[in-house]
Unconditional design. Structure first.
Length: 420
């Protein structure tokens, strides 16, 4: 069995590690990978957005399965191209990858499926946006397309909303595209992945991530500065999946566009019940780095079954007891800018039982250096959130590089809940 993982980040490194734990003992390849992934898989020098190059590589390597990590190749139609050549691929086709590629498309599907979500309006100009807000603050301004987790602004006042609308609609900070003005939802966020086979959705363990750069959820949004799983006090994942994921899978099947892959729901647990903030069509980052180390089931088997219509019937997801806490070590200046080329020390000093996955790293003169953005993920498993958190921070503090950024409050909420 030969598997090709597409991507170069911490999520892909976590997927590679989980596949290596499969009893099927697959040969794992990654394109393009990074220096850390290269220690666990054979890397191919093909960019993740090079659809033609990835198809050629998969054919040349005669792979049995391609697992697509990032969102960009999915919305570029990589799965369609792979299947056209008879290659099995884990991920949705282009027409349903728009659940992430277009927030307006996702809202339309949610409305059709009867999935609860915040009220919204699509706007095309700053004036149109301010009219949609109607003086109600806080409000949420979202870029309609892909923005690497940064195209969402929670605006507390008109000045912030106006600036966000101008950046997205006039300055085109994230490219061409419309904007959604959305009702602000108050509550606690939750991430839930479900594996889908075109007919059914099977949930994994819920996780919670931390999107802002600073402690106490301060500063600008990032791609995610840490995560933990499971989430104490969270609703039953099977009940959430029946309410949120399954109706979407059913709606897409009725449309004749079945969803195969992982459907990631970003949820808000409000006083009035669960609401969907967004859908992604791939494993989330950094939640994947906390969820997959807890998975006892054979990930390879689950992914293969998801590529076949109805293949997940009777599938059971076995999760280890305990908690996993993932910390993100980011480069200096992130997210506004990113320092590169800073030497990373301490990677060999983290200790046993801690998983370090590489994201923004490179190799220079035999040393591992930063390559911008989120650099490393440090994940520890413990009998409860307290012990997992302590082990993760102890390991992370052994890793140093110039300008390292690390939040100090990851999973603190879980510790407080389980210690009372």
């Amino acid at each position: 069995m030969k598997v090709l993982v597409v991507g170069a980040g911490g999520r892909e490194h976590a997927i590679v590690r989980a596949l290596n734990r499969s009893p099927q003992a697959p040969e794992v390849l990654c394109a393009p990978g990074n220096p850390g992934i290269a220690q666990d898989a054979r890397c191919l020098d093909v960019p993740a957005d090079d659809v033609d190059g990835l198809v050629k590589a998969a054919l040349a390597e005669t792979v049995d399965l391609v697992v697509v990590g990032p969102e960009a190749p999915l919305v570029l139609g990589l799965v369609d191209a792979l299947r056209l050549h008879g290659l099995a691929a884990f991920g949705p086709r282009l027409n349903v990858a728009q659940l992430e590629g277009s927030k307006a498309f996702a809202k339309a599907v949610m409305e059709e499926a009867g999935v609860p979500t915040a009220a919204h309006r699509v706007v095309h100009s700053v004036a149109d946006g301010l009219d949609a807000i109607g003086g109600r603050y806080p409000t949420v301004v979202k870029f309609d397309g892909l923005a690497a987790g940064k195209g969402v602004v929670v605006a507390p006042d008109e000045a912030t909303a106006t600036q966000a609308l101008r950046e997205m609609l006039e300055d085109r900070a994230f490219g061409d595209g419309d904007v959604l003005v959305e009702e602000f939802l108050d509550g606690e966020e939750l991430s839930l992945f479900a594996l889908c086979d075109g007919e059914r959705a099977v949930p994994l363990v819920p996780a919670q991530d931390y999107k802002r750069i600073g402690d106490g959820d301060t500063g600008p949004n990032t791609g995610g500065m840490g995560a933990y799983a499971p989430v104490p006090g969270a609703p039953d994942p099977h009940a959430l999946c029946e309410q949120v994921h399954q109706p979407v899978v059913d709606a897409l099947k009725r449309r004749g566009t079945p969803f195969h892959g992982v459907l990631y729901a970003g949820l808000m647990l409000t006083a009035d019940g669960v609401q969907v903030l967004e859908f992604n069509v791939r494993f989330g980052d950094p939640e994947t780095q906390a969820v997959l180390p807890l998975l006892r089931s054979d990930l390879l088997d689950l992914l293969l079954r998801a590529t076949r219509t109805g293949g997940l019937q009777g599938a059971q997801v076995d999760v280890a007891p305990g908690s996993a806490v993932t910390l993100v070590l980011a480069s200096a200046g992130y997210p506004q800018s990113s320092s590169k080329g800073d030497v990373i020390d301490g990677l060999d000093a983290v200790g046993e039982g801690v998983e370090v996955t590489h994201a923004g790293t490179a190799e220079r003169d035999g040393a591992i250096v930063t390559n911008g953005g989120r650099v490393l993920n440090v994940t520890a498993i413990g009998e409860d959130p307290l012990h997992a958190r302590e082990a993760a921070y102890a390991a992370a503090d052994r890793i140093t590089f110039e300008g390292r950024q690390l939040r100090r409050d990851i999973a603190l909420r879980a510790v407080e809940r389980t210690s009372t």
